[in-house]
Ligand binder design. Structure first.
Ligand code: TNX
Length: 529
């Protein structure tokens, strides 16, 4: 054969195989890593005339279809229609495994299938990660794109996969909060914990106690102007999250971390003990006279970052009227099952007073039909059977919860606290718990972290972002990218399947989408970007 014919023949041979994408499905970088991925032959092409078909009914499915269409449309300029002839198929099956999903990609169709809407939404998120990085752009994705054939079967390891944002130390706008929720949604997180009150700020409108926001919402760490969400805005956040299958967990931190409330209402403060002051020099009271506390003064607004100095007056009926009103108003706006009562670092509350307060707060939350979550200190009180202790650092407290038969939400500060610096040179953040590099955030197993705490004792995993040093969206991004990816995989993917080297390669690939979005991420030296 003439030698010049060989390349021509090869060319004909390859072009006749149909288009084979550069990467197979198993080589795609998906975070969190799915349980099973296998390759098929050929590929599916998304082009200008692709459309989406819905099999099964429900408002949620319609929304998921339009979400997928909009993502493709925004990136490519060509929005797929939703039609009966569609070959990208959203299929709701009849079981009850709502978060599990599968994706079946052939040359003819892509079938995204789940028993539940959350699973369909997760399938869409996975599918989007198989597209080129320009899927994250406004208009730079060129159609057609090829998706390699194959099958993905996936479900989460933990049912609660959360992240917390502290909007109390610094306040963040509704738009910034939605941006945070978008990031969570792409990673299949399903609980968004909003830390709504602390010493430095009260961030949610309470109609029956208006000075909470008027005074308590008026500043923040560093003395900035602070802010708060009206009930309308809070509802908007709740709905935005709910559409993305994320449940909001509101937190009102008490009885400590309450300076902003104490600055708003004098009558919530423990009073001044006159027996220790002027009065006993003027009168001759017996030494054991139990002088009531009187004349409570409002606390001063606080803009520093110390913790543990504030407390409600735990012996006053008014305090419980306050807690009742606050819980009632927030519960009315919150469809999810949980209400977070804080309970951490109440260093100036007497032990007995703390127990009494937390137990009463839990009863109030239960009265309004919600399950209490509290930071691990609440396990030193008698928990109601359904309540949750959120472990952040005290092993004994976590064990106390489990001994009481309660579940633990795992947020070890040394692994999950995204306000911790990456290393000693990080320009933001604190380091009281640890320096947390991305591999530190990745390399741990919730079910093996604490002796005596097994998988069955664990509700799930949550990664908090405290905001003492974080003031804006760019700074939020810097602290959470890439660690929020690490915890997403810790919570979703079985520990036996996880490997940091493999994860770091997938991170590098994900970062191409972050570049397209203009995300301000930390370029960890432990990742080959
Ligand atoms: C401890 S963790 C706190 C927060 C701080 C955080 C800073 C916890 C339950 N309490 O009040 O913001 O450390 O890292």
């Amino acid at each position: 054969m003439k030698s010049y014919l060989i390349p021509i023949l090869l060319l004909i041979l390859f072009s006749s195989c149909g288009s084979q994408p550069e990467e197979s499905l198993t080589e795609k970088s998906i975070i969190p890593l799915p349980r099973e991925v296998s390759n098929g032959s050929g590929s599916f092409q998304i082009n200008q005339s692709s459309s989406i078909k819905i099999e099964g009914s429900g408002e949620g499915i319609d929304w998921i279809a339009s979400f997928l269409a909009d993502e493709i449309g925004k990136a490519s300029g060509s929005t797929p229609a939703v039609s009966d002839g569609g070959t990208i198929i959203l299929q709701r099956t009849s079981g009850t495994n709502y978060e599990a999903y599968s994706i079946d990609i052939s040359e003819e169709s892509i079938i995204l299938s789940s028993d539940g809407e959350p699973g369909l939404f997760y399938a869409v998120q996975t599918l989007l990660q198989t597209l080129p990085p320009e899927i994250a752009s406004n208009g730079q994705l060129e159609l057609p794109v090829e998706i390699p054939a194959g099958k993905i079967i996936d479900e989460p390891e933990y049912g609660y996969r959360g992240s917390m944002l502290d909007v109390a130390r610094h306040f963040f706008s509704v738009e910034d909060v939605k941006h945070y929720i978008d990031i969570m949604a792409r990673l299949k997180y399903n609980f968004f914990h909003l830390h709504l009150s602390d010493d430095q700020g009260w961030r949610i409108e309470i109609k029956s106690w208006p000075k909470l926001t008027e005074i308590g919402g008026s500043t923040e760490v560093g003395g900035g102007e602070g802010g708060f969400y009206t009930q309308e805005e809070y509802r908007e956040i709740v709905n935005y999250a709910a559409q993305r299958y994320i449940t909001v967990v509101p937190e009102i931190d008490m009885p400590g971390h309450t300076n902003a409330a104490l600055a708003s209402y004098a009558e919530l403060n423990p009073g001044v003990n006159l027996a220790n002051g002027v009065l006993d020099s003027l009168t001759k009271l017996p030494l054991d006279y139990d002088m009531p506390l009187v004349n409570p003064q409002p606390a001063e607004l606080y803009t520093g970052i110390e913790v543990g100095f504030s407390t409600f007056a735990t012996d006053l009926p008014l305090t419980y009227q306050f807690v009742d009103d606050v819980v009632r108003e927030i519960v009315e706006l919150t469809p999810g099952p949980y209400f977070h009562i804080g309970g951490d670092e109440s260093h100036v509350t007497e032990k007995g007073d703390y127990i009494n307060f937390v137990e009463r707060a839990q009863e109030i939350v239960a009265k309004y039909g919600k399950i209490s979550i509290g930071w691990d200190e609440v396990a030193t009180t008698t928990l109601r059977p359904e309540n949750i202790a959120q472990y952040w650092g005290d092993d004994e407290n976590a064990l106390l919860a489990v001994e009481q038969g309660n579940k633990v939400l795992m947020s070890p500060a040394k692994k999950t606290y995204m306000d911790m610096q990456y290393d000693s040179t990080t320009y933001l953040g604190l380091h009281w718990a640890a320096y947390i590099e991305v591999d530190d955030a990745y390399n741990w197993d919730p079910a093996n972290y604490l002796e005596g705490i097994e998988k069955e004792n664990i509700l799930g995993v949550e990664t908090p972002l405290w905001s003492e040093t974080i003031t804006n969206r760019e700074e939020i991004e810097y602290m959470i990218f890439p660690r929020i990816y690490a915890t997403a995989e810790v919570a979703w993917t079985p520990s036996s399947m996880r490997n940091f080297n493999n994860f770091s390669e997938r991170l590098a690939s994900a970062s191409k989408r972050w570049d397209v979005r203009g995300i301000n991420y930390y370029k960890s030296p432990r990742v080959n970007w």
